[in-house]
Design a binder for this molecule. Structure first.
Ligand SMILES: C[S@@+](CC[C@H](N)C(=O)[O-])C[C@H]1O[C@@H](n2cnc3c(N)ncnc32)[C@H](O)[C@@H]1O
Length: 292
């Protein structure tokens, strides 16, 4: 057995010092636009302990030095992955799925049936429960949806959650509370629990994407869900994103945000309220903005 580093004898590294927290916060902000409050040192300690242990590092100073080197870029991504919050569940904030079912999707489905193009985006999709919930609503309205030009893009900065999302296999506990008929229509038994069925898979594409980086997608979206993501960003970053989402939405398109997030309904943004934490992109042209 290799020599054990000091902290392993005591169950983990101590919390990062204020200076180390500043360095970690700077990296997280640079990479993901996420604001890390200095009071979160015990959260950082618990989330990075496994990485330090795996790398046999004694403390955060060595870890920060590593992720700042050219060779440490893979570890830098793992660090971002460990520090992002990935909580999600099927049909979270159900009112958005009700809005899809009752109001937003019916005309889009008519368009798809007439040969038109329909695009939805789950931005910050975490482990996939959000975009898979979207596919279930779509398939319940149009079981043959995969035969039309109707697709959902699901993106996240974190490759680890994205891999889980793409696998689309969930333990029984994750499906608790879901209607049995819904589970039967959209899932297949899997040795590890329940797997999303192939017809639903055909509707969904996954891609690693940092919301603060380039958006290489072509064409506009009819629906964007970006829920419980911008809450972690500072106000200027949020403002930039609202503007970019407006540019990425087709006129008449719908943007849904998380329960504690709000899009300012201001003359500089072409949005009107469309329901609880939901906004409709108006026909108004996007005002010029120098910094997006
Ligand atoms: C709390 S989860 C929200 C999941 C889902 N939207 C929901 O509401 O259930 C937040 C997600 O945002 C992702 N995220 C954080 N910063 C991001 C960024 N800069 N670009 C893209 N995704 C980011 C995280 O990796 C995480 O999976």
């Amino acid at each position: 057995m290799t020599a054990m580093t000091g902290f392993l004898h005591h169950g983990g590294p101590p919390a990062p010092s204020p200076e180390e927290m500043v360095a970690i916060a700077r990296i997280l902000h640079e990479e993901a636009g996420i604001v890390l409050h200095p009071s979160k040192s015990s959260m950082v300690q618990s989330r990075l302990a496994k990485r330090l242990r795996k790398l046999s590092l004694d403390g955060y100073g060595d870890y920060i030095a590593l992720v700042n080197t050219a060779d440490g870029q893979d570890e830098r991504r793992r660090m971002i992955s460990a520090l992002t919050t990935n909580v999600s569940h099927f049909f979270r904030e159900a009112h958005h799925f009700d809005l899809l079912r009752s109001t937003v999707l019916p005309p889009l489905i008519e368009r798809a049936k007439a040969g038109g193009r329909v695009r939805l985006w789950s931005a910050g999709c975490s482990n996939g429960q959000e975009p898979w919930s979207m596919t279930m609503v779509i398939r319940d309205l149009l079981p043959e949806a995969h035969r039309f030009d109707l697709r959902i893009l699901a993106t996240d900065i974190d490759p680890e959650v994205l891999a889980r999302a793409e696998r689309g296999v969930y333990p029984a506990g994750a499906l608790e509370g879901l209607d049995a008929g819904l589970v039967a229509r959209h899932f297949r038994r899997d040795p590890d629990g329940h797997g999303i069925c192939d017809e639903a898979r055909a509707l969904l594409r996954f891609r690693e994407l940092n919301l603060h980086g380039p958006w290489p997608m072509r064409g506009t979206f009819d629906v964007i869900f970006c829920r419980n993501v911008v809450i972690y960003f500072d106000a200027p970053a949020q403002a930039r994103l609202w503007h970019r989402f407006a540019g990425a939405l087709a006129p008449g398109g719908t943007l849904c945000v998380g329960h504690s997030e709000r899009v300012p309904v201001a003359p500089t943004l072409p949005f009107v309220t469309a329901g609880i934490t939901s906004y409709r992109r108006t026909e108004a042209p996007l005002p010029r903005r120098e910094d997006h």
